[in-house]
Ligand binder design. Structure first.
Ligand code: UT7
Length: 330
């Protein structure tokens, strides 16, 4: 009987822009303070793309690093998935730009639009292709240039977002202790207006009016997103632990979407998970949506907090509304 295949993460890479936007920089743009932002979100600074960078260029940079980490070249890939809500263009897919940049020929490439849950959605899609034997080597990217859609006159939202990319190479393995053990994906389109960009696509195409009304920028119902995020983060951790029969002691690291330090702490405290087991880098990058989890995962590994064999739980939630969780053995 053929052995069950698992999708193992064999390479990780990241790209962050050099330019730093600190809380004190934001104090000069809107009526806010370092103290308010730090207390309410845990964010101190975020990275911002320069004029010659974009989502695709960050994604390609992170992908090259992930491929090198896996000891592979672009020609070894069977599929490229790019999770993003800040694509280079409405179409074609940012994944196609990345494919071209990497020089990967004759393979499929497509985007996943699931906001902050996008990287986990990508892992789940890649896992499905790998376990079913369709593809063996898949590049999953989470990349965002959120600053390009951020309204720097809206103090309630502009303090949150940053730009980054993270990429993972997933490869088929017959070692069933490794790789993606479980994933859960959910969405509720009824909450589409919790966080969205109103114009610039088919419903409200770009016009002078949409530009004047600042409708090409992110609109957000912060309090509602907050409540949704706390509830879903708790639900995702409970679901992942129940499904994989895990206690907090079995988990080496929780890597949550870096949404807001208060949201993360209030959700994990309920499970008796010590904060040493929760990876946090929101202070340095803010909310980078689909890039947030691979960026944190890469850092956690570099810091020695996760290594081969570590059991890691991922949890994310965002626009859509979407939410997603995964259990991965590194
Ligand atoms: O991936 C999903 C992306 N979205 C999110 O992550 C959003 C999740 N939500 C949050 O993180 C929080 O709701 C925020 C950080 C956005 C806001 O924190 P909050 O504790 O929910 O504040 P609030 O919206 O209830 O506002 C409290 C006060 C208000 O003033 P009044 O009405 O009490 O006078 C706001 O006008 O804080 C004011 N405020 C600010 N003050 C200084 C809102 N933004 C700012 C600001 N600086 N940047």
């Amino acid at each position: 009987m053929p052995k069950t295949l698992r999708a193992a993460i064999t390479g990780l890479g990241v790209a962050v822009p050099k330019k730093v936007l600190s809380n004190s920089d934001l104090e000069k743009l809107v009526d806010t303070s370092d103290e308010w932002i730090t207390q309410r979100t845990g964010i101190k600074e975020r990275r911002i793309v320069s004029a010659d960078q974009s989502t695709a260029s960050l994604a390609a940079q992170a992908s090259r690093e992930a491929l090198a980490d896996a000891g592979l070249s672009a020609g070894d890939l069977d599929l490229i998935l790019c999770a993003t809500i800040t694509p280079d263009m409405v179409f074609p897919a940012t994944a196609c730009f990345v494919q071209h940049e990497l020089g990967a020929k004759d393979i499929p490439a497509f985007d996943i639009s699931a906001a902050c849950s996008g990287f986990i959605y990508g892992l789940a899609v890649a896992g499905g292709f790998i376990t079913s034997g369709v593809y063996r080597r898949i590049l999953v990217i989470g990349a965002e240039a959120l600053s390009r859609f951020t309204d720097y006159t809206d103090r309630a939202s502009c303090i949150l977002f940053g730009d980054a990319a993270g990429a993972a190479v997933l490869e088929a393995t017959e070692d069933d202790r490794r790789g993606l053990q479980y994933s859960v994906l959910r969405a509720d389109g009824g909450g589409w207006d919790f966080i969205y960009v109103p114009a610039g696509a088919a419903r409200h195409p770009a016009s002078h009016q949409t530009v004047d009304a600042r409708e090409h920028f992110i609109k957000m119902r912060g309090r509602d997103v907050y409540k949704f995020a706390v509830e879903k983060m708790q639900w995702l951790l409970a679901d992942c632990m129940a499904h994989c029969h895990l206690t907090p002691a079995d988990i080496d690291m929780v890597i949550p979407h870096q949404v807001n330090l208060r949201i993360i702490t209030s959700a994990v405290e309920r499970f008796g998970l010590p904060m040493e087991k929760v990876y946090i880098n929101i202070d340095r990058y803010g909310n980078t949506s689909a890039a947030s989890i691979p960026l944190a995962m890469h850092e956690a590994r570099a810091a020695g907090k996760i290594k081969a064999g570590s059991l890691v739980v991922l949890a994310a939630f965002g626009a859509g509304l979407t939410w997603a969780g995964a259990v991965v053995r590194m």
